[in-house]
Design a protein around this ligand. Structure first.
Ligand SMILES: *Cc1c(COP(=O)(O)O)cnc(C)c1O
Length: 459
């Protein structure tokens, strides 16, 4: 399969180069040139298979030019071995027609593990085959960094540096980044905010001498391989509830639009999805845009669901690309306008977006109330991101099964959960020693040459 840029000006690539390149050279994001379609029979045949078997069947057409099926099946098996649940992504019932898809049984307790664990295997395989080695750099507000540390630690072909804002991640998130002892993974605590960390990462990619010298690669959610891995759990959950014979709806707590866009791909591949509901916190640019067509970033308002505190939602560009019928020139124009404050989606494209997505938002009070109400009515403890989802989902129930994605384990955000319920959720037994493990922290100033010097010295 060939992958093309949403902005239409970069060369088309195969799967492995798409994965290693990350951002296209014209500034766009890679998308498959054409999506494979699964027949009703193919989808019906997924029911009852293991998560790993479904993963291989759903992703095979996307990666066929890179890995033969046995090799790929082996990578998938390795990727999901460290999960703490045999079903990998189990469903739990919340109400008559409302289900929770628990995506937090991976090694770092958030859904990011599904993609990151597999990407680790795929990077290692491709780089070893090519005799290459790369330096991966990522900025994180917490969940992406910890998932990356866990996925890449101990691999031979990769050095990983994770830049997180000092003092601004939860203790669980920090310890997950600072306690792995393998020599190829490094947590750097930068003075400043997440935006500073992200800006320095961009600077490193724009410092071409440095970029080429250390062979820089990226693993944030603009990487199509990450979106692809997330398509799988739409298939496992929908078939468990009766697809393709019934239509299923999904509500997805959304920040960078990666997780929900994976649902859009599943729908385009033939999975009968009725509604895709975008759930945002008070940082509601996506909700406003899907309602009015106006995409104008404001300033980030920190919330109790920090992994969704985003004003520029990178993967939304992929949804726009579909809505504009693959017109790369139109997308490049919109992204140019974004640099100058924002853009307005055309009437036709907005209609197409609204045919696929509906949306809603939750305030801080509504999020806290949703955590409390879930506990009262079902005995389930929800993380604040998931609670944004269940709050928004409530407005869309009553048209067949609704699945809300539970994106993190409540123990990853214990302060918000305790404030809402009085209960401090414990870590799962398999990681109960997290607070006893030794931390390795490197402090660094918000300064490009200081960061680059550390990386040069360590690789
Ligand atoms: C990353 C993250 C999200 C947002 O996912 P996107 O793919 O960026 O929309 C939601 N909840 C949690 C817990 C996350 O870590």
């Amino acid at each position: 399969m060939r992958y093309i840029s949403t902005r239409g000006q970069a060369p088309a690539l195969g799967f492995e180069d798409t994965m290693l390149t990350g951002l296209a050279r014209d500034g766009g994001l890679y998308v498959p040139e054409e999506l494979p379609v699964m027949s009703r029979g193919d989808i019906a045949a997924l029911a009852g298979l293991s998560y790993e078997e479904v993963a291989v069947r759903v992703m095979a057409p996307f990666v066929a030019d890179a890995f033969d099926e046995a090799t790929f099946a082996d990578m998938v098996a390795h990727a999901y071995m460290p999960f703490g649940h045999d079903a990998r992504a189990p469903l739990v019932q919340l109400g008559p027609n409302h289900h929770l898809l628990e995506l937090f049984h991976g090694p770092t307790l958030a859904f990011k593990d599904f993609a990151m664990q597999l990407i680790g295997q795929m990077f290692e395989h491709t780089l070893t085959k090519r005799g290459e080695r790369v330096t991966i750099i990522g900025a994180t507000s917490g969940d992406t960094g910890s998932a990356a540390m866990e996925a890449f630690r101990g691999l031979d072909a990769v050095d990983l540096f994770v830049l997180y804002p000092h003092g601004r991640v939860s203790e669980v998130q920090r310890r997950q980044m600072t306690t792995p002892s393998e020599a190829n993974v490094h947590a750097l605590a930068i003075t400043g905010h997440f935006d500073d960390a992200q800006a320095r990462v961009k600077d490193m990619f724009n410092d071409f001498d440095f970029r080429d010298r250390v062979r820089l690669a990226g693993i944030n959610s603009i990487n199509f391989a990450r979106v692809l891995a997330q398509v799988v759990y739409y298939f496992t959950s929908a078939t468990a509830l009766g697809a393709p014979h019934r239509e299923i709806s999904y509500t997805v707590p959304t920040g960078n639009f990666g997780d929900i866009f994976a649902g859009h791909i599943a729908k385009r591949m033939g999975l009968p999805i009725r509604q895709l509901v975008v759930a945002t916190n008070q940082n509601d640019i996506l909700h406003r845009c899907l309602t009015t067509g106006e995409y104008r970033p404001g300033t980030v308002e920190p919330s109790i669901s920090p992994s969704m505190d985003i004003q520029v939602s990178s993967n939304f560009e992929r949804a726009l690309h579909l809505a504009y019928g693959g017109d790369g020139r139109a997308i490049a124009q919109l992204m140019d306008e974004l640099k100058h404050g924002g853009f307005t989606v055309s009437q036709g494209a907005l209609q197409t977006l609204q045919d696929t997505y509906v949306s809603g938002r939750a305030t801080e009070e509504e999020t806290t109330a949703a955590i409390r109400s879930a506990l009262d009515r079902t005995g389930e403890l929800l993380c604040p991101h998931t609670a944004v989802g269940t709050h928004v989902a409530e407005a869309h129930l009553g048209q067949g099964p609704m699945i809300t994605l539970a994106t993190a384990h409540p123990a990853k955000f214990p302060d918000a959960v305790e404030a809402a319920t009085g209960i401090r959720p414990p870590l799962p037994a398999r990681m109960a020693d997290l607070f006893d493990r030794e931390e390795r922290i490197t402090r660094v100033d918000n300064d490009l040459s200081a960061i680059e010097a550390i990386i040069d010295a360590r690789i």
